[in-house]
Design a protein around this ligand. Structure first.
Ligand SMILES: O=C(CO)COP(=O)(O)O
Length: 253
């Protein structure tokens, strides 16, 4: 049985005071960490404070990206070593916005995933197709290629402990969601890709999230599908009320 994981990706939203207030409020809610894993991926600036606020609660803190090197002359970057040192536990890698605006490639994603594991961080590896690619019926081949590239050279144990987020680019922040069946089909294709590369035990353990306009109204149906083990959520993770509704749906899935 795979435990669902709901991760909020706050992107470049909130001030520090708002971020702390959110986590203070969230931690008072009744959420059973045996049934659901809860992650907040916040701007790097807030991570130190949020780790403190979330201490001894069901909430884990994640970063939204990291550099693959441990240290060095990389102005403006943050390393996995630095994240681990703060008590950060997860890191989003290869989000489509990073691929689109910050030149991340399948190759750099692979390096970052390896660096994440070297620093005891759980990577949330993002893959997904553009609308054009979907219209050309290329979704499964694009996504499988991204998955294999991201996982290349990883041990079975590390692949098992990875989280893969399927986020169709056309569904991000647009209000358009893939139908639950379509999302499930692509998540199944991802699991089959992992099966081919790493075998049955790994593929049945790895968790695969859906992301792209997830909200309280559609989460239950998405999570009812066999291959969808959680959600990576932008807009609906910014308000405590809507985020809690997602967690409740996850607990009951
Ligand atoms: O990019 C996303 C999460 O990483 C999805 O964002 P939205 O939930 O706002 O569509």
């Amino acid at each position: 049985m795979r435990k669902p994981v709901i991760a909020g990706n706050w992107k470049m939203y909130k001030t520090l005071a708002e971020a702390k207030d959110f986590v203070e409020q969230l931690k008072e809610k009744q959420v059973d960490s045996n049934k659901i894993e809860t992650v907040i991926c916040a701007p790097a600036l807030f991570l130190n404070s949020l780790v403190q606020v979330a201490k001894d609660s069901f909430i884990s803190i994640g970063a939204q990206t990291m550099h693959e090197e441990k240290e060095g002359a990389f102005t403006g970057e943050v390393s996995g070593n630095q994240l681990q040192d703060l008590g950060v536990q997860y890191v989003v890698i290869g989000h489509s916005e990073r691929r689109q605006y910050f030149n991340e490639t399948d190759e750099s994603v692979n390096k970052k995933v390896k660096a994440a594991f070297e620093n005891n961080l759980t990577p949330i590896i993002c893959v997904g197709e553009t609308l054009e690619q979907r219209e050309q019926n290329e979704t499964e081949s694009i996504v499988s290629t991204q998955v294999m590239a991201a996982l290349e050279g990883l041990s079975e144990e590390n692949v098992k402990n990875s989280i893969i987020a399927y986020e169709p680019i056309w569904a991000i922040g647009t209000g358009k969601t893939a139908t639950a069946d379509d999302a499930n089909d692509v998540c199944q294709a991802i699991r089959e890709t992992v099966l081919d590369g790493f075998g049955e035990e790994v593929s049945s353990s790895v968790r695969i999230q859906y992301g792209g306009s997830v909200k309280p109204e559609n989460i239950e149906e998405l999570l009812s599908k066999e291959h969808i083990d959680g959600a990576l959520v932008g807009g609906a993770s910014l308000q405590v009320d809507s985020f809690v509704k997602l967690l409740e749906a996850g607990q009951n899935a």
